[in-house]
Design a binder for this molecule. Structure first.
Ligand SMILES: Nc1ncnc2c1ncn2[C@@H]1O[C@H](COP(=O)(O)OP(=O)(O)OP(=O)(O)O)[C@@H](O)[C@H]1O
Ligand SMILES: [Mg+2]
Length: 272
């Protein structure tokens, strides 16, 4: 297999936050990791280990206090249309309907360049259907359930078709069935049927280990106090993946392996 170029790089990345009257809090310490073009990387680890902090600097919303963070070998200093972000708290525009939220980036952002109104409409139609929000286009966020809001946020992200998807627990609020459907859809959108060079690059955070194994090329396991990279586990399960994948003995074995890697950490995090 030929390796694609390195898309994202964290080089001895560290992040501290000032604390009033106390030493700085170390959120992430000396984390080095590379994500290749077209790779699906999933980050797991206990609450507070720095996953969102990593995503924020990759998004350009926050800066490292030490080390370097790059995209295509250029320092990341600000958000850009090449990176689509979906946060833990799916921030939809409350004054826009579902349709308006999904269309927003295409109408006002660079993602819509070259799209005429009809093409834009078709794109919004397709992603709204994809996430299962057909019939709710004219609803406002406050009229949606938590899971529906999350789908709307996912649709908005997908509609912009960014090169890099940065996703912070995007499926966490969904019921189990919808979650499985959207995992499958996500792999399709990422490009699992295409060669690696034509796939998007994804950094995806989850607490669900089975979700991590199902989606990932590699799973980065982080530990807390301070947040560090413990190890990266390769997930060599064949693609395309689907329902049958979840039943494979290798799937169970990888889930077990990752669980045992983070079990002690998760326990420590709940008792400290
Ligand atoms: N703006 C901030 N100011 C001070 N401390 C912060 C800030 N943001 C994060 N932290 C601290 O940095 C550490 C890492 O936080 P982060 O949100 O990255 O964790 P996480 O792994 O995403 O956790 P969770 O799984 O609960 O979402 C935590 O100890 C948190 O309290
Ligand atoms: Mg987080």
């Amino acid at each position: 297999m030929t390796l694609t170029p390195i898309k994202l790089r964290l080089d001895h990345f560290g992040k501290r936050f000032p604390v009033a009257g106390a030493p700085d809090a170390v959120a992430v310490d000396d984390l080095s990791m590379e994500v290749r073009q077209g790779e699906f990387l999933v980050i797991v680890g206990p609450s507070g280990c720095g996953k969102t902090t990593v995503l924020n600097v990759l998004a350009g919303l926050d800066q490292p206090t030490s080390g370097a963070v790059t995209i295509d070998n250029r320092p990341i200093t600000a958000p850009g249309p090449d990176r689509g972000v979906m946060f833990q708290d799916y921030a939809l525009f409350p004054w826009q309907t579902v349709w308006g939220n999904v269309e927003f980036g295409l109408r006002y952002g660079p993602a819509g360049n070259g799209l005429d109104p009809e093409a834009r409409k078709q794109r919004v139609r397709r992603v709204v259907d994809l996430v299962g929000l057909a019939g709710s286009e004219t609803k406002y966020p406050h009229q949606l359930s938590g899971g529906m809001r999350q789908r709307a946020a996912l649709a908005r992200l997908i509609a912009n078709e960014p090169d890099v998807l940065l996703m912070d627990e995007p499926l966490a609020a969904l019921d189990a069935q919808t979650r499985i459907i959207l995992q499958d859809e996500l792999l399709r959108i990422w490009g699992q049927d295409r060669p690696a060079a034509e796939r998007r690059t994804v950094v995806f955070i989850t607490h669900a280990i089975d979700e991590a194994v199902f989606l990932a090329d590699r799973v980065a396991v982080m530990t807390s106090h301070p947040g560090r990279l413990k190890t990266i586990v390769d997930i060599p399960l064949p693609r395309p993946r689907g329902d049958a994948t979840r039943g494979l003995p290798e799937f169970q074995a990888l889930t077990q392996q990752i669980w045992s890697l983070i079990r002690d950490e998760a326990y420590r995090a709940t008792v400290t």
